[in-house]
Design a protein. Structure first.
Length: 219
């Protein structure tokens, strides 16, 4: 949503962001930022390396039981084919960088307005108007919704109601922080570990200047 706000702001539009929580904060995972996506961010003045994004410099796969390396790929040379870097960034840091670019004074256009504690209760797609839980109505020329899979405004826009459902897979995430950059040969570089054990997969992703490690376990 912040990316849309940045693009619309630069084209001279007045933009209002409605945030349901009282704090515009994010938690969660490390995010792959492919070279083309990183280039798009830089075009709009967002340099995520300044907020701790790591270059993805190596991919390795290990057997979960034996620890044996199944393959290791040094991406130093392959990465040179891209105009922009392949980066891994902590979600909260990406969110903060986009938010500041959308509502900050720097950059083209009028800064977007961020309204906190503005949870949407209903949507009128014909009028491009939302009604907040407080009863206040907010309208514009165009209405964009980005509230995730659990509480979706899409039901106001389509005839058939949709809902999320439980799949046959589950995932657990663990985010670890350290106060010191590791010099260990495995974690001193950005690493993706893909370990297979009884059809289960585990990923380890480094971000935030190698101060953050995210473990994702699929079952």
């Amino acid at each position: 949503m912040q990316m849309a706000a940045i693009a619309l702001r630069e084209q001279g539009h007045d933009v209002t962001l409605l945030e349901s929580s009282r704090f515009s904060n994010e938690t969660g995972a490390a995010i792959h930022m492919a070279p083309n996506a990183n280039g798009l961010l830089k075009r709009y003045g967002v340099d995520i390396e300044k907020v701790g994004a790591n270059e993805c410099s190596r991919i390795a796969q290990y057997h979960a039981e034996s620890g044996k390396a199944l393959f290791q790929v040094d991406l130093t040379m392959p990465n040179k084919q891209w105009q922009h870097k392949w980066l891994l960034v902590h979600r909260a840091h990406l969110h903060n960088a986009l938010r500041e670019r959308a509502i900050g004074k720097e950059g083209k256009g009028k800064p977007a307005t961020l309204r906190l504690a503005s949870k949407v209760a209903s949507v009128d797609p014909e009028k491009a108007e939302v009604t907040l839980e407080s009863g206040e109505k907010v309208s514009g020329d165009v209405l964009l919704g980005a509230d995730g899979v659990h509480v979706s405004r899409s039901n106001f826009l389509i005839i058939q109601e949709s809902s999320s459902y439980i799949s046959s897979r589950c995932v657990d995430r663990l985010l670890c922080w350290t106060t010191q950059r590791s010099t260990h040969r495995l974690t001193a570089v950005t690493v993706l570990i893909d370990s297979w054990f009884r059809k289960r997969r585990s990923w380890l992703i480094q971000s935030a200047e190698n101060l953050s490690s995210k473990r994702v376990c699929f079952a």
